[in-house]
Ligand binder design. Structure first.
Ligand SMILES: [Zn+2]
Length: 309
């Protein structure tokens, strides 16, 4: 281990450059996932990428992350159609994450786990925002990866025993998924229509498997704050009725991961979090949020009725 550490310290620049380029390649793969996963039955491995405009197969030398986009000025070599800047933005961003997480976590189980989680959440957020779906491939794979990593590297769940780490991941999975499921059941009963998608339940289960139940609970409570702001925008500016909830859960999960401890301390101080305290807070806030939501709905209906008159 020491020799690896020594090697990295001696070649720090080249090592981070390698991480960045490797991350850019992963970003390139994530771009493919973002475009193909929403389409039923499309594989992310085959066929090879082609230009969405003229369907020409993209050559390997035109498919090099970041560089090809710059050399081709963001256009197809054959038909000159513009290629979405999303490709190069995601490639650079993921490359950056590979370096930034290395600075934060060094080469550790945390590095692998949190990178995997962040990449998955990014893909989910973009797909859900565009198509209102959360692909099962990502959430189920995430649940399995989260549980297995906790089994082999129990420090992820704050313990040194393998089976305890695994059981913490399972508890997080059940608590995370269960809370969204329960909210959905309550919401359906009140609004008489589907309020939470099954995709949200599976996504929260995946987040719980990685972060454990405490941060899953925090994620659950943080998400509505982002959701409410964007929800009003979607309702009034875009005049749509459905709000994709995946992006808010994803953003809240990342906030819990990086700022969870200070936030929890700020809200409830140093009270020991017994399960009963959590259950009490949970129901209190759910009821509170439903009341607020009901109030907003009544106001919205009043405003819309007034406009129609
Ligand atoms: Zn083309």
């Amino acid at each position: 281990m020491d020799t690896i550490q020594q090697f990295i310290t001696n070649n720090f620049f080249f090592f981070t450059l390698f991480l960045f380029l490797f991350g850019a390649c992963v970003g390139s793969f994530l771009n493919v996932c973002i475009y193909r996963l929403p389409e039923e039955g499309k594989s992310v491995v085959k066929p090879r990428s082609c230009c969405p405009s003229c369907s020409t197969l993209i050559r390997w030398y035109d498919n090099i992350p970041i560089f090809s986009y710059i050399i081709l000025h963001g256009r197809c070599r054959k038909c000159d159609a513009q290629i979405s800047p999303q490709y190069i933005i995601i490639e650079i961003f993921i490359g950056y994450l590979f370096v930034e997480f290395f600075i934060l976590f060094c080469l550790s189980a945390q590095y692998v786990a949190y990178l995997y989680l962040t990449c998955s959440l990014l893909v989910v957020a973009i797909i859900d925002f565009r198509f209102f779906i959360i692909p099962d491939e990502i959430s189920f794979a995430g649940m399995i990866v989260g549980c297995l990593l906790s089994l082999f590297f129990p420090t992820l769940q704050g313990t040194s025993k393998h089976l305890i780490g695994f059981s913490y991941a399972l508890i997080g999975l059940v608590v995370g998924g269960g809370m969204i499921y329960l909210t959905g059941v309550i919401g359906d009963a009140i609004f008489k229509k589907e309020s939470m998608g099954g995709g949200d339940v599976k996504l929260m289960a995946m987040i719980g498997a990685f972060l454990g139940w405490k941060y899953a609970v925090l994620t659950f409570f943080l998400a509505p704050f982002f959701g409410a702001i964007v929800g009003l925008y979607v309702k009034f500016v875009q005049k749509k009725d459905i709000i994709p909830y995946g992006p808010f859960l994803s953003f809240a999960a990342l906030l819990s991961l990086f700022a969870g401890d200070p936030i929890i301390k700020r809200i409830i101080g140093d009270v020991t979090l017994s399960p009963w305290v959590i259950i009490g807070i949970f129901f209190g806030i759910v009821i509170g949020l439903l009341l607020i939501w009901l109030l907003i709905k009544i106001i919205i209906d009043l405003v819309i009725k007034k406009k129609h008159k």
